[in-house]
Design a protein around this ligand. Structure first.
Ligand code: MG
Length: 255
């Protein structure tokens, strides 16, 4: 009888560790309990169109509303030098990545972008930018409309790790958007990884990354392991030299 306990224990260990991340039914409340607190009421905002950006949900932190980049800075703390005009911000070649002044961890993030038209360059040299969650984990921004490149580097790829499930890219010159759900990694006091980062991405409303588990920070040509970091870090947008435009950027922190 004793020998049968080992496999049982193994099953318990395997089923417990994902529960660190996944939500579970709270048994503190009875089913349909009228005393259970109801969620806060918010204004859900409105969807964007090609002609105009929508309105963020009322409980979102607006990071860029088309007027200025006051919520952003370069890595050295200097003011963001990207061009702002006509309701969008545009990457300025060699000005550098921009980062939010505020730090974020687990979040829902909405980012709209527009690829340069007419298109210029091939593969990774066409409309390249990126959304860097915690400044470390890149959701690739690229002109992937009729532009061949490696699968794990096209638009909405988790760069170098996961190609998107579909290529939902619009032609250059049209506004596109990412809706991202991100759960950052956790580390213990000694720096040991407790849970990896997980990412879900919708590209133009289409599910393209389904709760994928990152192997570590995203890099070009390598997959480095995690290095322990804080639970919140600035969000980054990449200067890859191409004049990609951004508008209507907002974030909702997840607790
Ligand atoms: Mg990029």
């Amino acid at each position: 009888m004793k020998t049968s306990r080992l496999p049982f224990l193994a099953v318990v260990v395997i089923t417990v560790s994902p529960s660190i991340l996944l939500a579970q039914v709270d048994t503190k409340w009875k089913i349909h309990d009228l005393n259970r607190p109801v969620p806060p009421v918010i204004d859900p905002g409105s969807a964007s169109t090609q002609d105009s950006p929508g309105h963020p949900p009322s409980d979102a932190v607006v990071l860029f509303d088309g007027t200025d980049l006051s919520k952003w800075q370069h890595q050295d703390g200097s003011p963001a030098k990207w061009k702002v005009e006509n309701g969008y911000a545009e990457v300025v070649h060699k000005s550098g990545y921009i980062y939010t002044k505020q730090s974020f961890g687990d979040c829902q993030l909405h980012v709209e972008f527009r690829e340069p038209t007419p298109p210029h360059g091939e593969s990774q040299e066409r409309g390249n930018s990126g959304v860097f969650l915690m400044g470390l984990y890149e959701v690739q921004v690229l002109d992937s409309y009729e532009n061949k490149t490696y699968a794990d580097g096209q638009a909405s790829a988790l760069y170098g790790q996961y190609p998107p499930l579909a290529n939902a890219a619009r032609p250059p010159g049209q506004w596109q958007w990412y809706d991202i759900v991100f759960h950052g990694p956790r580390f213990d006091a000694g720096g040991k990884l407790l849970r990896p980062a997980r990412v879900t991405v919708f590209h133009n409303g289409v599910l393209v990354q389904d709760n994928v588990q990152l192997s570590g920070p995203t890099e070009h040509g390598e997959r480095p392991p995690y290095k322990a970091h804080a639970e919140k870090l600035p969000l980054g947008l990449q200067d890859h030299g191409d004049p990609v435009r951004f508008r209507n950027i907002w974030i909702r922190e997840l607790n």
